[in-house]
Design a protein around this ligand. Structure first.
Ligand code: PEP
Length: 251
């Protein structure tokens, strides 16, 4: 399967940072078996899509509303992201779950909306530190997968779904799970996907996210069922993100 290196710029980036995307495209005009994605803030999406048009880099949104239009001040629909040039949208990121109290039910509705707009959803799942320490990691991740996608199986183009395992305690903290811990959760997610989606489950991409950086990328990409990364802080500069992309291409 093609691997995916996805950058989540979160609430960072203005027009001058489009230069980073130009640099990324110049450094990786056609990376072997690897897709490149940057999810900028919504204000940059259209301009970034124009910069990236026809190149190796695709762009995506960081969230969308579940409804196609209406009185929802400050929100953006999946169709709007599509029109601005997005191919993907990150959904259920832990910062959305925390800051905006998003539930699995809401994330499911957003996945359906993304699919209707022909966007590929990147579904984020992951446990908090308290949940890991209580030995509940697989239970939590399983419930998030089921609630937002698998049980009942969402009626979407399942072959386009990407799952990102992002332990909440590893996001932006510099902490990362051991490779054994990553292997356990990615293996668990793969099993769940194969069981629920026999036609596509073995081929869906499962990304790891949480303090991925050039120094740990190769080790993480060597873990079974890690098919790429969702990268926050280290995706903002093309030079740093590029070293992660190099590790993925070499994996
Ligand atoms: C993220 O926001 O999805 C993320 C993984 O952030 P960071 O790489 O900064 O931990």
């Amino acid at each position: 399967m093609r691997r995916l290196a996805a950058g989540n710029w979160k609430m960072n980036g203005t027009g001058e940072d489009l230069e980073e995307v130009r640099s990324l495209i110049a450094a990786f005009p056609a990376p072997d078996n690897t897709d490149l994605l940057i999810c900028p803030p919504a204000t940059l999406l259209h301009r970034m899509a124009e910069v990236a048009a026809g190149s190796s880099v695709q762009v995506g949104g960081q969230d969308c509303h579940a409804k196609p239009a209406g009185a929802h001040t400050g929100d953006i629909s999946a169709d709007m992201l599509r029109e601005a040039g997005a191919d993907y949208v990150i959904l259920g990121h832990s910062e959305r779950r925390t800051d905006h109290r998003e539930t699995d039910r809401m994330v499911r509705a957003k996945i359906m909306a993304a699919d209707r707009a022909l966007l590929a959803p990147i579904l984020c799942v992951g446990e908090t530190l308290a949940e890991r320490e209580a030995g509940r990691t697989l239970e939590v991740v399983g419930a998030q997968l089921d609630g937002s996608l698998l049980a009942p199986l969402a009626e979407v183009r399942l072959e386009h779904v990407v799952v990102a395992y992002e332990p909440v305690w590893a996001i932006g903290t510099g902490l990362t799970p051991t490779t054994e811990q990553i292997a356990e959760v990615h293996g668990f997610i793969r099993e769940r996907l194969v069981a629920a989606i026999p036609a596509h489950g073995a081929r869906l991409r499962i990304l790891y996210g949480g303090s991925v950086k050039p120094s740990n990328a190769a080790e993480i990409f060597a873990v079974p069922h890690v098919n790429g990364a969702l990268v926050g802080g280290a995706s903002l500069k093309a030079a740093e993100f590029g070293r992660i992309v190099e590790a993925l291409v070499a994996a």
